[in-house]
Design a protein around this ligand. Structure first.
Ligand SMILES: Cc1cc2nc3c(=O)[nH]c(=O)nc-3n(C[C@H](O)[C@H](O)[C@H](O)COP(=O)(O)OP(=O)(O)OC[C@H]3O[C@@H](n4cnc5c(N)ncnc54)[C@H](O)[C@@H]3O)c2cc1C
Length: 443
């Protein structure tokens, strides 16, 4: 036991993973979070009838989310394969009719992006290379205009709001090039969820970590010196106190981290990166019906370029839900990003029926609605958006600064992961990285 006193700011997957590793390494850990629950942006909603649940935040796990999958294995959490045929795109053509296609719009986008992809690969995909930095200054919409992109490529770019949570006018073209270079279509991968709910991973981490968990504690300020760190927190009774430790692992999203007073200040370049990282506006709506909305359907997930965003069958697969009194009830999830987030939120606030009535082409317009849950991440005070993205004002060469250690403060969180920004795996991987850095320092 090295006995170092480590404070972990944030009890999302990044903070919980870091706390777990640090406690295993012998540190005395205190975890602080403003929310009343652990898990952060991983939140399983369980107040549906018929014993059903669905994910308000992080949902899909993919086969190359290695760190997250390994953690699930450690805690013997089983995974359920879902949405086996991926997402089908549904766009309106110039003649006013709708077209359905699983792969064609993404392939059209990939073809159009080919010249940029070549330049990106020539630069070795290096975020600090001039060619990559220059590409990042171009918005997706500007690139669409310059390349005179055809209608299907424009529609595909708009539909990506349901993935990047940003409009083509907001996001840089670079993340699109990176997505194509790394993994191809985000709509055609194998998707999994944790059986029983993704929050079971957060629960397992809490149970396995002998730490002091102070939930309902808002971090206001941090001061750090060569030999200690002091964190000022206010609890939900309004009491302000100072907590002292030897080191701090800070996993707050950049969207709230930038409001914390840190003394002495972080270096200018790092402060600038934290200040400028944009977060996508996001609304996720869960609608439960007493009928099986996707019964007998092969396609159970769709991506649109309208205010419904992407939507899919969010119910636990029947073979996992066996034994529960689930009858034929089902849950559909809608996720809209960027400028589609507000219209989806407003439509949902009038009841789920309006959303389902837009799905008459799937035969859902008369389905009885039994519950609606609206996840408004844009106005969530402890996230202020769904997840980070790269806009033309964010220099990709700043990315390493988000996770760069500053004295006794170590940084983690989805946004600090260079490979998995925006994913649960980014949170886990960065939490492990920060814990490794800190433990190496203590040796
Ligand atoms: C709608 C939506 C859909 C998503 N879908 C997917 C998906 O399908 N697959 C996937 O892999 N990922 C998905 N994600 C992303 C994934 O959920 C996140 O990347 C991941 O959960 C982030 O974990 P984290 O620990 O970095 O941050 P968080 O979970 O946000 O944890 C940070 C913690 O810091 C706390 N905090 C913030 N400010 C303060 C403060 N001042 N004082 C104290 N505490 C504070 C917060 O309360 C929070 O608990 C989705 C996210 C959203 C919102």
């Amino acid at each position: 036991m090295n006995g170092a006193r480590v404070i972990v700011g944030g009890a999302g997957l990044a903070g919980l993973t870091a706390a777990y590793e640090l406690a295993r390494g012998g540190a005395a850990v205190t975890v602080l979070d403003a929310r009343e629950y652990a898990g952060g942006r991983v939140r399983t909603i369980r107040d549906f009838s018929a014993g059903q649940h669905a994910e308000r935040g992080g949902e899909f796990i993919e086969p190359d989310h290695k760190e997250l999958l390994a953690l699930c294995e450690t805690f013997e959490l089983r995974l359920a394969r879902v949405l086996r045929s991926g997402f089908t795109h549904r766009f309106r053509g110039a003649d006013g009719t709708y077209r359905l296609s699983r792969t064609a719009p993404w392939e059209a986008l990939t073809d159009a992006v080919a010249p940029l992809l070549r330049r990106y690969k020539l630069a070795g995909g290096d975020s600090s290379a001039d060619a990559v930095r220059e590409m990042a200054t171009l918005s997706l919409s500007e690139w669409l205009r310059q390349s005179n992109a055809p209608a299907d490529v424009q529609a595909m770019s708009k539909a990506l709001r349901g993935f990047f949570l940003a409009d083509p006018e907001e996001i840089s073209v670079l993340p699109v090039v990176e997505q194509i270079a790394r993994g191809g279509s985000p709509a055609q991968v194998e998707f999994f969820r944790i059986e029983g709910g993704n929050d079971r991973l957060a629960d397992a981490l809490v149970r396995a970590t002998p730490a002091r968990f102070l939930l309902g504690h808002v971090i206001r300020a941090v001061s750090h010196a060569v030999d200690r760190v002091t964190v000022t927190v206010t609890d939900n009774a309004g009491l302000t106190q100072q907590i002292e430790g030897d080191d701090l692992v800070m996993t707050l999203p950049a969207s709230t981290l930038r409001d914390i007073e840190i003394r002495p200040e972080l270096p200018d370049d790092q402060r600038q990166a934290i200040a400028k990282l944009p977060y996508g506006r996001a609304t996720k709506v869960l609608v439960q019906s007493s009928t099986g909305l996707f019964d007998h359907r092969h396609a159970r997930a769709f991506a649109t370029d309208n205010h419904l965003g992407a939507f899919w069958d969010a119910s636990e697969p029947l073979d996992c839900a066996r034994g529960k009194d689930d009858g034929t009830a089902s849950i559909i999830a809608f996720l809209a990003g960027g400028s589609a987030a507000a219209p989806l939120r407003e439509a949902a606030s009038r009841g789920g029926r309006e959303l389902l009535s837009d799905l008459c082409w799937l035969g859902m317009s008369r389905a009885p609605v039994t519950a609606v849950h609206v996840g408004d991440w844009t106005s969530d005070p402890w996230a202020r958006g769904g997840y980070a993205f790269t806009d033309p004002g964010f220099d990709p060469a700043w990315r390493p600064l988000l996770g760069r250690r500053a004295g006794r403060i170590f940084f983690a969180g989805e946004h600090t992961s260079e490979r998995w920004q925006g994913y649960m795996n980014g949170a886990v991987e960065s939490g492990q990285r920060a814990a490794r850095e800190l433990l190496a320092d203590l040796r």
